[in-house]
Design a protein around this ligand. Structure first.
Ligand SMILES: CC(=O)SCCNC(=O)CCNC(=O)[C@H](O)C(C)(C)COP(=O)(O)OP(=O)(O)OC[C@H]1O[C@@H](n2cnc3c(N)ncnc32)[C@H](O)[C@@H]1OP(=O)(O)O
Ligand SMILES: CC(C)C(=O)C(=O)O
Length: 519
């Protein structure tokens, strides 16, 4: 038996069935070309009989893709198979994939046929498809819930009729890995002509077992796996391509199997599919989630800094990500702070690690993730022993209501000065921001995001405002907490202003040092 597992991608067929809006022909072609670059063996491009649009996109993919076999899906009826052949015959090499359900519930309730009639339909469909191509795949839909005797009979008949690939789908994601692996083993033991076809699997994720079931089937002898990028597909989705490909690569030591996938293409293909399909990838998704190569706790970060494989079983580069991500949070330790500061160009002699770490923990507890800029600001405070904020709120009065124009009066300490201004706005926060902009006299701060949240429960909850502002081409984040929403908003803006002030001082300090160094 070969040790090469064929990757059959059905992102454009089963994946597309689950999308909130269908993909255009151009978008499908872009994805098909990305799949070809990724190195998949077979691209299931669509279901040609289902609509003129799908027919055309299968045809254009068949025309453009050269290094993968292009495939179309067809029910076990002549019209579907003929449409498939017509859409695909522009390709150098194409596959017709025909299917019919075999489980008792599908045969009886859905198809309303006898088991014998369904075998006859399958055989006729495979034979008709063989008139158009040698490469015919047959699927026993809902094989996972099909009686094993009938499944063996159907597989044998399909191979005899000329199917070169027989696919065993767990259509509703019902089986468990031991059970599904057992079904594949039984087919190998009981179907006499089984070695004349490649056994394929197509697992759905209703119980979160699509990848585990596919792996169990591969271990039992299946040599084609049907999967989709990011695991998208009907209901809870399909076996995820990136997961099964990385399992086979990462555990080649144990499994001894290979695929044709260029795994360094995984990340960008995943992003393309997510973006075009408007299907965001959850952060903790294996391989392609935003957190898949992020380390957030001190013990892990220290380990990874000492030897990356302490907590990484594959490298980010192997899936096309530049580098891992070490998030600075209140769970981080001193090693990662030292490391990040050294990446930012600071020597250990530039700062007092204990003082910076204490201030870091306080900030991380208050705001969650600490970004590079926050860290530099902490360092600057440490270097300068700079206690007092440059901007301070001294007085705030805001008026708003149903029949009045919202207005606010703000008094700020700006360094040594105290300045008061009043303004109107769309609401009381906007009025207070206008008054502050007037005090500053530099309207180059742009608020790009303003988020209001509540901290605590019920009427005692504190308002927390988070503001992102753009200043001199950089983004600054500020948070403000108060019992009053307007005051929380003003505090968040003042937080940003103090950071921009520190940034100006850091820039000034750096340029002075460069002048001294003669750069
Ligand atoms: C498990 C899977 O993911 S299978 C793929 C699912 N994908 C899709 O269904 C998307 C594409 N489908 C379509 O565009 C449409 O459903 C079409 C064009 C295929 C058929 O549309 P319609 O003719 O209007 O039929 P409709 O979809 O309502 O019902 C399906 C019919 O096909 C029959 N059928 C279902 N599967 C098969 C099969 N594999 N072989 C033969 N007949 C089948 C059903 O019994 C039903 O027949 P009936 O009309 O005699 O009761
Ligand atoms: C057509 C078959 C392969 C299918 O999509 C399924 O059974 O889920």
């Amino acid at each position: 038996m070969t040790n090469q597992v064929k990757i059959f991608d059905t992102t454009l067929r089963d994946g597309e069935q689950a999308l909130p809006a269908s993909l255009s022909g151009k978008e499908k072609l872009r994805i098909a070309l990305a799949l070809e670059r990724l190195g998949v063996d077979i691209i299931e491009a669509g279901f040609p009989v289902s609509s003129p649009g799908d027919f055309e996109s299968v045809r254009s993919i068949a025309r453009e893709v050269k290094n993968a076999t292009v495939c179309g899906l067809a029910r076990a009826v002549p019209a579907d198979i003929e449409a498939c052949a017509k859409a695909l015959n522009v390709a150098d090499h194409f596959r017709i994939h025909t299917f019919i359900a075999t489980s008792e519930i599908h045969v009886g309730a859905k198809l309303r046929k006898s088991q014998d009639e369904v075998v006859d339909m399958a055989v006729a469909a495979v034979e008709l498809a063989r008139n158009a191509t040698d490469d015919v795949e047959f699927s026993c839909e809902d094989a996972g819930r099909t009686h094993i005797d009938y499944l063996c009979r159907m597989v044998e008949a399909a191979i005899d009729a000329g199917a070169s690939t027989v696919n065993i789908p767990d259509t509703v994601g019902y089986t468990t890995p031991t059970e599904f692996g057992g079904i594949i083993s039984q087919l190998f033991n009981r179907v006499p002509n089984i070695d004349k076809a490649i056994i394929s699997v197509h697992c759905h994720n209703d119980l979160g077992l699509a990848v585990a079931n596919s792996l169990a089937a591969i271990e039992a002898g299946a040599r084609q796996v049907e999967c989709t990028v990011n695991g998208i597909g009907e209901r809870a989705g399909n076996c995820s391509l990136e997961e099964i490909a990385m399992i086979l690569k990462t555990r080649q030591d144990m499994l001894g199997l290979t695929t044709g996938i260029d795994t360094t293409e995984i990340s960008r293909t995943s992003k393309l599919v997510s973006q075009l399909c408007n299907m965001p990838v959850q952060a903790n998704k294996a391989i392609v989630g935003a957190n898949a190569f992020s380390h957030s706790s001190g013990i892990h970060q220290d380990g990874v800094l000492k030897a990356q494989n302490t907590y990484e079983i594959m490298t980010p580069e192997s899936v096309g990500i530049n580098k891992n991500n070490l998030n600075l949070t209140s769970r981080s330790g001193r090693h990662v702070i030292k490391h990040r500061l050294s990446e930012l160009g600071y020597k250990t002699s530039d700062y007092d690690l204990e003082a910076v770490y204490t201030a870091f923990l306080k900030l991380a507890d208050a705001k969650g993730t600490v970004y590079d800029y926050d860290l530099e600001a902490l360092l600057f405070f440490d270097q300068q022993k700079h206690e007092a904020a440059y901007y301070k709120l001294l007085y705030l009065q805001a008026n708003s209501g149903r029949e009045i124009i919202p207005s606010a009066t703000v008094k700020l300490a700006v360094g040594e000065q105290e300045i008061t201004r009043a303004a109107t706005g769309n609401g009381p926060v906007d009025a207070a921001y206008e008054a502050i902009k007037d005090i500053l006299g530099h309207p180059e701060i742009d608020i790009v995001d303003f988020t209001l949240d509540s901290k605590g429960e019920g009427a005692d909850a504190l308002a927390q405002v988070s503001v992102i502002a753009e200043y001199k081409g950089r983004r600054f984040h500020g948070i403000g907490l108060a019992t009053d929403i307007v005051e929380a908003g003003v505090n968040a803006l003042i937080y940003v202003l103090n950071n921009t002030h520190i940034a100006d001082q850091i820039d000034h300090h750096k340029s002075q040092q460069e002048q001294v160094a003669g750069v």
